[in-house]
Design a protein around this ligand. Structure first.
Ligand SMILES: C[S@@+](CC[C@H](N)C(=O)[O-])C[C@H]1O[C@@H](n2cnc3c(N)ncnc32)[C@H](O)[C@@H]1O
Length: 209
């Protein structure tokens, strides 16, 4: 596993409009999750990026906070919410240092878990434990190692072993994560830059004990 990317690397991706995960809509897997009634307020959308999932849930009446450590992500998320007339809350904050107040019934992690190296992944899971209520659920949507290297990828074992003591992994399904192919991947993927692709992913449901 590569080292965890720095905040400035993410911030730069937003500043230059080159973030391959910014697709202008929520991930289909998260939309589907909401349709099944799997999400309860209060919700934390951690690593919220441009805010699509926070905006989706706020529009539907959930009590949701979108948090990201990249200030430009939060700027874009606020601008996106305002442009769509949605009153959504966003905050700059670090997923590795969440205030441990057992606040949330649901945490949505869309493409955050898979970016961490081993040490940061362990710190992240500890941090998550502190902000989830007992019985609360964390949904992890992560690019899978069955993919073509669209971004950082994880294997099933990485998810299983990350959520050990204090957690119960209730389900682990295969699904897809949608992204937009940048110049760097266009040739390898055999498509023009700007093409949307659905890459193999896992969706884990983990209960905080
Ligand atoms: C691959 S993007 C996914 C964004 C969004 N969830 C989505 O699916 O479109 C990962 C996001 O996590 C944020 N991030 C990375 N490390 C973080 C940390 N330690 N705390 C909070 N946000 C973080 C990045 O700035 C980036 O916006």
């Amino acid at each position: 596993m590569d080292e965890t990317p720095t905040m400035s690397r993410f911030d730069q991706a937003y500043a230059s409009n080159t973030a391959p995960w910014v697709i202008g809509e929520p991930q289909p897997a998260i939309v589907e999750l909401e349709h099944t009634g799997a999400i309860s307020s209060p919700v934390l959308d951690i690593g919220c990026g441009a805010g699509e999932h926070t905006i989706l849930l706020a529009r539907l009446g959930y009590d949701v906070l979108g948090m990201d450590f990249a200030p430009r992500a939060i700027e874009q998320a606020r601008a996106n919410a305002a442009a769509r007339g949605v009153d959504a809350r966003f905050e700059v904050g670090d997923a590795l240092r969440l205030a441990g107040t057992s606040t949330y019934r649901t945490v949505i992690d869309s493409a955050l878990f898979h970016i961490f190296d081993d040490a940061d992944r362990a710190a992240y899971v500890r941090s998550l434990h502190g902000v989830c209520r007992p019985g609360g659920l964390v949904y992890v949507l992560a690019l899978s190692d069955a993919g073509r290297g669209f971004g950082p990828q994880v294997g099933e074992d990485t998810i299983r072993s990350a959520f050990g003591t204090g957690w119960e992994l209730e389900s682990l399904q295969t699904t897809t994560y949608r992204g937009v192919v940048g110049e760097a991947h266009a040739e390898a993927f055999g498509v023009a830059a700007g093409t949307m692709v659905d890459e193999p992913a896992f969706l884990a449901r983990v209960r905080r004990l």
